[in-house]
Design a protein around this ligand. Structure first.
Ligand code: AHR
Length: 505
């Protein structure tokens, strides 16, 4: 396939909000316990956090981190996780059928984030709890006034407020599996009054209301509309969640996942703007894509079905998906799609971070390693600087059962004062792609020539190659041979099923 494109800085989408490269840590499986926190591990620091995991999380380049759930938060009592550890209650976690020891809570998690240099994003429980408990948590976390709650916080080791900016009003309240699941109207009313109260307490916070837990939910679209009819004036963001997996061994169809995410975002933007139109408002609700990833959900459902009713393990191996090179290419395309919507997707959280559908894996007492998906995330987070710029590619298409003709090459660029970055994916399972990218408008805008100063290719002939405990660096990235700029044109060749990132400066 021959593909052509033009990198024109004038095709600006928006400046990139760094929160686009956020993550998500849930009390689930071995995410916290035996993941980020393992006091007996040789690399553990005085507080029990694994230094090797901290190093990898830093290298990944995650900004804001959403916590503590997920489905978990809808049954969580945040007070269980504060105060002397030996006095904290042990509880059943109904969401994941596990036992929660509460050894790690808000203070421990914040001190872990302090080591990473990432910002905390908190979700409140609107499943089994309500406005009052959300206000209690907000007062505890963000207030500097001397109150019983803030004295309690100081006694627990933090006299200064946590200063949490972003707050999620519950989690996936449209999902029948969610504790406290309710109708769009009931949730919309609860979210509105909770949001109003939270703003009375702290007007500086940014609030995320729950959108649909997937574009395939039967209530998708009407859920967003009804919820926003109640909360439009009270919130800044509406959430999107999407997980993708290869089904029936159809890699080509799986490689069209970016189209699904693109349409999902466009639909939610249209719905939010419809509510704005009805309300005669110029306000624009932004999207917090606060759960996205590849997740072999069908495998988890089979596993979950084998759980015995009396089995409530502590930190079991749950959702430990092993990602292939193919998964990483689709994943890289999802990042491209998020950047293509940088004007409305102002925050996103990769779900999740360690061991649980994660870019980083650990073995208790053993090593930590990068999954295949680690690479596109860390490279995109590092190289996507400045402004996102549209990069429409003229290329062949393939036929998708769900989406019709799908472009086999998808790309986006970012432009900053020092140069530009290009992110590109070849979605075809059969054809290589030769791209000619006219960079003359970029050269004119910068007032100097550019060259390829960095290139990274993710591709494996074996699409299912993966990194495992036994072979931890099987899949990585390598320079994209032959990519170069001559006469203001970048030329490059991508094999089938490949993702690449290039830096021009
Ligand atoms: O990330 C795993 C789960 O997926 C989250 O707990 C939930 O919000 C979603 O359904």
């Amino acid at each position: 396939t021959h593909a052509a494109a033009r990198l024109d800085p004038a095709l600006e989408i928006a400046d990139i909000d760094r929160r686009l490269f956020g993550g998500f840590v849930e009390h689930l499986g071995r995410h916290i316990y035996d993941g980020i926190f393992e006091p007996g591990h040789p690399s553990a620091d005085a507080d029990g956090f694994r230094a090797d995991v901290i190093e990898l999380v830093k290298e990944l380049g995650v900004t804001t981190i959403r916590y503590p759930g997920g489905n978990f938060v809808s049954g969580y009592r945040w007070e269980d996780g504060i105060g002397p550890v030996d006095q904290r209650p042990t509880r059943l976690d109904l969401a994941w059928h596990a036992t929660e020891t509460n050894v790690v809570g808000l203070h421990e998690f914040q001190s872990w984030l302090d080591r990473i240099g990432s910002e905390l994003m908190l979700a409140v429980n609107l499943g089994t709890r309500g406005t009052e408990e959300a206000l209690d948590l907000l007062e505890y976390a963000n207030t500097s006034v001397d109150t019983t709650r803030t004295r309690e916080r100081a006694a627990n080791g933090r006299s200064a407020p946590f200063g949490v900016t972003m707050w999620c009003l519950g989690n996936e309240m449209d999902g029948p599996w969610q504790l406290g699941h309710r109708s769009a109207t009931d949730y919309g009313k609860l979210a509105s009054r909770t949001a109003k109260g939270m703003r009375q307490l702290d007007p500086t916070i940014e609030l995320v209301v729950c959108g649909s837990s997937s574009r395939t939910m039967p209530t998708f679209g009407s859920w967003e509309r009804e919820v926003l009819e109640h909360t439009f004036d009270d919130v800044d963001f509406i959430s999107c969640h999407a997980y993708y997996e290869e089904q029936d061994g159809d890699a080509q169809e799986f490689l069209a996942s970016g189209v699904d995410m693109d349409r999902f975002i466009a639909s939610v933007v249209a719905t939010a703007d419809h509510v704005a139109a009805v309300k005669q408002s110029d306000k624009r609700i932004m999207i917090s894509f606060d759960e996205w990833n590849i997740w072999y959900l069908s495998r988890w459902k089979e596993e979950e079905a084998t759980y015995r009713p009396d089995e409530w393990p502590i930190a079991p191996r749950q959702l430990e998906d092993r990602y292939s090179a193919l998964d990483a290419v689709v994943f890289g395309d999802l990042l491209i799609t998020l950047l293509q919507h940088a004007d409305r997707v102002r925050s996103a959280s990769l779900a999740q971070l360690v061991n649980v559908i994660a870019p980083i894996m650990t073995e208790p007492g053993g090593p930590a390693w990068r999954q295949t998906t680690f690479h596109p995330f860390s490279l995109t987070s590092r190289l996507a600087q400045g402004r996102a710029v549209r990069l429409p590619v003229d290329a062949a298409t393939f036929e998708s059962a769900r989406f019709g003709a799908v472009p086999s090459v998808n790309a986006v660029a970012t432009v900053d004062d020092d140069g530009a970055s290009v992110f590109i994916v070849n979605r075809s399972t059969t054809d290589a792609a030769s791209l000619r990218l006219d960079v003359a408008p970029l050269v004119a805008a910068l007032g100097r020539d550019v060259a390829v100063v960095e290139s990274h290719l993710l591709h494996e002939d074996d699409l299912y190659a993966a990194n495992t405990l036994e072979d931890r660096e099987r899949v990585g990235v390598r320079p994209l041979d032959g990519a170069s700029v001559e006469a203001s044109a970048l030329t490059l060749d991508l094999p089938p099923v490949a993702w690449a990132a290039l830096r021009l400066a």
